[in-house]
Design a protein around this ligand. Structure first.
Ligand SMILES: C[S@@+](CC[C@H](N)C(=O)[O-])C[C@H]1O[C@@H](n2cnc3c(N)ncnc32)[C@H](O)[C@@H]1O
Length: 245
């Protein structure tokens, strides 16, 4: 297990903690893969928006964790009945396989570096039991002018460390990354998650713009288990991602 690492950008303790989050949870997809009695981890839960949504849908064993103290404090103020825990660093204190499912909604977008993303997904692979489910919602790379110009601006800025195309900053201090679908598929696949289903749609962003989103429902393979015939392909856009044999 990697040593504990602080892994939250200061934005989430400041302006970020005042935002309203928007990625839509699909109740049909949720019910199809995650039974009501499942132990569910809402990872990067923010102020517990989806922790509360799941509780309202009848999920009774939901725990939300977030590395930003301001987020957890807000969640406890707004929804004191929820189980919300401040987890400032990895690894989590949870036992291996202690959850049947996890949500990862709009969190990878806040972790621009590949190492941080890998550490996040590896930790979820540890705490989700084999056969358990990971439900991811992310913003893929957008092609509109506003996004293209901020991706380009960030990439060309003299002081920025090298980041993949899709990384950008916002005027209020946020630091984000949009991903290719192939990157997300490969990230899950590399950590033992077989993608069972994907959905796309559009939703408002943190700052009120409209953006496309991609949701992936993935099942954790048992250690050593080969990729299943029923898993969706890993191949992404031409030239990235991988093709499954
Ligand atoms: C856009 S919000 C989404 C919150 C929640 N998942 C939702 O959809 O309502 C992103 C959250 O990820 C958290 N976060 C930032 N960096 C993180 C990291 N490295 N690991 C886990 N969570 C992180 C932030 O503190 C914030 O609460």
């Amino acid at each position: 297990m990697a040593a504990a690492r602080p892994h939250v950008h200061g934005f989430w303790e400041a302006d970020g903690a005042t935002k309203t989050f928007t990625h839509a949870l699909d109740p049909e997809l949720l019910s199809a893969y995650i039974p009501r009695d499942a132990r569910v981890l809402d990872y990067g839960c923010g102020y517990g928006r989806l922790t509360a949504r799941l509780a309202a849908l009848g999920y009774e064993r939901v725990v939300g964790v977030d590395p930003a103290r301001a987020m957890i404090e807000r969640g406890r103020r707004e929804s004191p009945w929820l189980s919300l825990r401040h987890r400032p660093a990895l690894p989590l204190p949870e036992e291996d396989g202690s959850y049947d499912a996890a949500l990862l909604f709009a969190v990878l977008t806040c972790v621009p570096d590949d190492d941080g993303q890998r550490a996040t997904v590896a930790e979820l692979a540890r705490v989700i039991r084999p056969g358990g489910v990971l439900y991811v919602s992310e913003v893929p790379i957008q092609s509109d002018e506003r996004n293209v110009s901020r991706y380009t601006r960030y990439r060309e800025s003299a002081t920025a460390p090298l980041r993949p195309y899709g990384t950008f900053t916002t005027p209020d201090g946020g630091f984000f990354r949009h991903h290719t679908p192939g990157h997300l598929r490969a990230l899950l696949d590399d950590h033992g998650f077989g993608i069972a289903e994907e959905r796309t749609g559009t939703a408002p962003t943190l700052n009120g713009h409209i953006a496309g989103y991609l949701q992936l429902l993935a099942r954790r393979r048992a250690d050593g288990e080969p990729r299943g015939a029923g898993e969706a392909g890993v191949a992404g856009e031409a030239g990235e991602g991988r093709t499954r044999s």
